[in-house]
Structures are given as structure tokens and as C-alpha cells.
Write a protein that binds this ligand. Structure first.
Ligand SMILES: *Cc1c(COP(=O)(O)O)cnc(C)c1O
Length: 380
């Protein structure tokens, strides 16, 4: 038996391409940068990057430079940004591979310029403003120093500021007061960059929720991630179908065992579930090592034999159990953990709710032991 018989994450690249087109239609005057960090949110970086390009993503983005360099090594040649740098990072390799880099502090700008000087190239740099997220990026009080240093490096010919950008804290909570405040701060940062003499190609701020709900945040380029994979950033933003999006990943497994047990039988570690009467238990051979959250013990939903079942007892490393009650099944029958939802199966959002997390985490954590199987790789 091969691994696909145990479990598989089917990735519908046709859905992914349609999602990219739907997102482009929501931001018709902006370019689209598809975020493919963290192995394309667990969907597989290379096939998803290729599909996003096919559907018109003129830019791709990763978090780490290593992720960006892997795309280059696989033959991607389009515009590509990576933003998660640490001192001593592979600046020179990124610059030589035509990867746009990000700097949100003087040390990063200096390392980019030094690397460009060392290899005789011009680094393409996106300056990152912290407009309120309080994570990466440059605070307003340091922005003039950063833009002035960037302008000086431009004059020297070692770098070009190709982008100015920022990131939202609460765009997935439409109407949150921080959204307007961040937009105002970003506009101020853009104006200051212009006064410093910088003329970026692309100004960008919109993640998925802002791409879907906030046209005034679209600027020259939108930067969606989770929605490319057909997942809504939050229930408050809406359902995927509200925006013409369709989840690309379907996670399924084959039942590894089905058996009758008497009433009063404990199930899985700790015996947190005890059968109410004689019943049929089915073993689903995926567990937390495969990314099934242990926090979904006793709550996670699974479609078996056309009905939703709930994880009975604890999720273990490699397996969990569902109680089929009066129904029967056979070893080898399919259990669908999540998918688009239109064949009656749960969605990643349902698992997020069951585990007290967000759908982003559900798909991104699906483990390397689960093979990704690509469908609709060609076509519209
Ligand atoms: C992950 C990420 C995105 C994409 O966010 P989504 O909510 O998945 O659309 C955009 N920009 C930055 C800086 C990110 O880290």
C-alpha cells in the first residue's frame, strides 16, 4: 500500500487559478502578488506558484529568502519578494537571483547595499513601514532616516527602492478602528518617501481581508495569501463563496480499522470518550503528526459514509477514532476531514472552530507525511 492509500491532501489547482482570477477582479487596477510562503500555506509551493502565475499573478511573495531561492531554483523567473530577513541572511544570493528584498530597518538596508556592492548588482528593495501592526517594519519616527539612507544608496547605484509597503493588524475585523488609522499612517509614509526623492514602482498593503473588503487599501498591488487557497480570512469577512473563492485543499484518509465494541468501552488515550452502548468504531489513520490538531480531540468533524462524525476521544500522533453509532463501514472506506464543503464535508474553517484556531493554521500545518496530490494542473 502506498502512502496515498492512508491519507492524501488533494490540491485543486483549477480552483487556485480561479481564486487568483476572482481576487484580481476585486482589485482590477492593481497587480496581484500571490503569497506562497510556508509551502503555499501547506498546499505545495512550486505547483501553487506555477498555477498562480498562470492565472495572472505578476508577483509572488515568500516570507524567508530560502523559500524565494527555492522558487528560483525551480525555474520561476517573475517578480518575487521575500520579507523575513535576519542579520547575515543570504542577501547576495537573493540579489543575484533577481529577488526583491525588504528592509524595515537601517541594518537590513545596509546589508542589502553591502551585498549589492559585493556582487556589482543593484538590489531591489521594498521599504517596510510599521503603520500600527507593531511587528516588522520601521516606526514613523525612524522613517525619515530609513528613506534618506535608501535615497543615498540609490544615488550610489547599489539599490533601487522598488516598493514601499506595510501590513494590517485587524483587516479581518471589518470596521476595526485600527484599519483607518493604519491607512492614514501608510499615506503619510508614502508622502515622506516621495519627499525623500523615492519613486517606488509598487505601494502595497492589502492582505486577503483588505483585498476582499477594502478597495482604498489596494494601491498598486494586492498581496493576498489565504484567499488564493480559497479560504476566507475570518467568518466576519465572509464565506469563501461570497467572493467566488473555493477551497483548494481536500484532506482525506482511508479507514484503517472498523470494529464493534460493547457499551462502556473507553476510546483512545485517557479514555475521555466512553461508548454509550454497543457501537461501531472506525479508525482514521491521521493524527497530530499529520497536522490534525490535538485541540480538536472530542470536537473535530469528519465525513464518513455521508454523515458528519466527531473525533471520539483524543487525537493521537498518528490516528484518531470516530464512533459510527448504528452505522457500518469497512476498512478502506474514505473519511473526508475537510474540503470545499460542497459535497457535505466539513471545511478547514470547521476544523479551526473545533480546535479554537484559524483556518490558516489548519491547512498550513498539514504535515509532510501527507502526500499532496494535484488535480486540474492544466486548463482554465
Ligand atoms: C502572510 C502575509 C500576507 C498574506 O496574508 P493573508 O491574510 O493570508 O492574505 C501578506 N503580507 C504579509 C506581510 C504576510 O506576512
Amino acid at each position: 500500500m502506498n502512502e496515498e492509500m492512508r491519507a492524501r491532501a488533494e490540491i485543486d489547482l483549477g480552483a487556485l487559478r480561479a481564486n487568483v482570477r476572482a481576487l484580481r477582479a476585486r482589485a482590477p487596477r492593481s497587480e496581484l502578488m500571490a503569497v506562497v510562503k510556508s509551502d503555499a500555506y501547506g498546499h505545495g509551493a512550486l505547483p501553487c506558484a506555477h498555477a498562480a502565475r498562470q492565472a495572472g499573478a505578476s508577483w509572488l511573495a515568500t516570507a524567508t529568502p530560502q523559500e524565494a531561492l527555492a522558487l528560483r531554483a525551480a525555474g520561476d523567473t517573475g517578480r518575487l519578494l521575500c520579507w523575513l530577513w535576519t542579520p547575515g541572511g543570504p542577501w547576495r544570493q537573493a540579489i543575484e537571483a533577481d529577488v526583491d528584498v525588504s528592509a524595515g530597518a537601517l541594518w537590513a538596508l545596509r546589508e542589502a547595499a553591502d551585498a549589492a556592492r559585493a556582487c556589482g548588482r543593484t538590489a531591489r528593495v521594498h521599504l517596510k513601514a510599521d503603520t500600527g501592526l507593531g511587528r516588522g517594519g520601521c516606526q514613523p519616527h525612524d522613517w525619515d532616516a530609513l528613506t534618506a539612507a535608501a535615497r543615498a544608496a540609490e544615488a550610489e547605484g547599489v539599490l533601487k527602492v522598488t516598493g514601499v509597503w506595510s501590513h494590517f493588524a485587524c483587516a479581518d475585523e471589518p470596521g476595526h478602528p485600527s484599519i483607518a488609522a493604519q491607512l492614514e499612517s501608510f499615506r503619510a509614509a508614502l508622502a515622506a518617501a516621495e519627499r525623500a526623492g523615492l519613486r517606488p514602482e509598487v505601494r502595497h498593503m492589502a492582505n486577503s481581508p483588505a483585498t476582499l473588503t477594502l478597495p482604498e487599501a489596494h494601491f498598486d498591488l494586492v498581496r493576498p495569501g489565504v484567499s488564493v487557497y480559497g479560504i476566507s480570512p475570518s467568518p466576519e469577512v465572509g464565506q469563501p463563496g461570497d467572493f467566488g473563492l473555493r477551497p483548494a485543499m481536500t484532506l482525506s484518509a482511508r479507514l484503517a480499522n472498523v470494529k464493534r465494541v460493547p457499551g462502556g468501552h473507553g476510546v483512545s488515550y485517557g479514555h475521555h470518550y466512553v461508548t454509550a452502548g454497543e457501537t461501531t468504531l472506525a479508525l482514521v489513520p491521521v493524527g497530530y503528526a499529520d497536522g490534525i490538531p490535538r485541540h480538536a480531540s472530542g470536537t473535530g468533524p469528519v465525513l464518513v459514509g455521508g454523515k458528519w462524525r466527531t473525533v471520539a476521544g483524543r487525537v493521537a500522533m498518528d490516528q484518531f477514532v470516530v464512533d459510527l453509532g448504528g452505522d457500518t463501514a469497512e476498512a478502506g472506506d474514505e473519511a473526508v476531514l475537510f474540503g470545499p464543503g460542497d459535497a457535505g464535508e466539513p471545511t478547514a474553517q470547521d476544523w479551526a472552530q473545533a480546535a479554537g484556531t484559524i483556518a490558516y493554521e489548519i491547512v498550513t500545518r498539514i504535515g509532510a507525511r501527507v502526500p499532496r496530490v494535484y488535480v486540474n494542473a492544466d486548463g482554465g
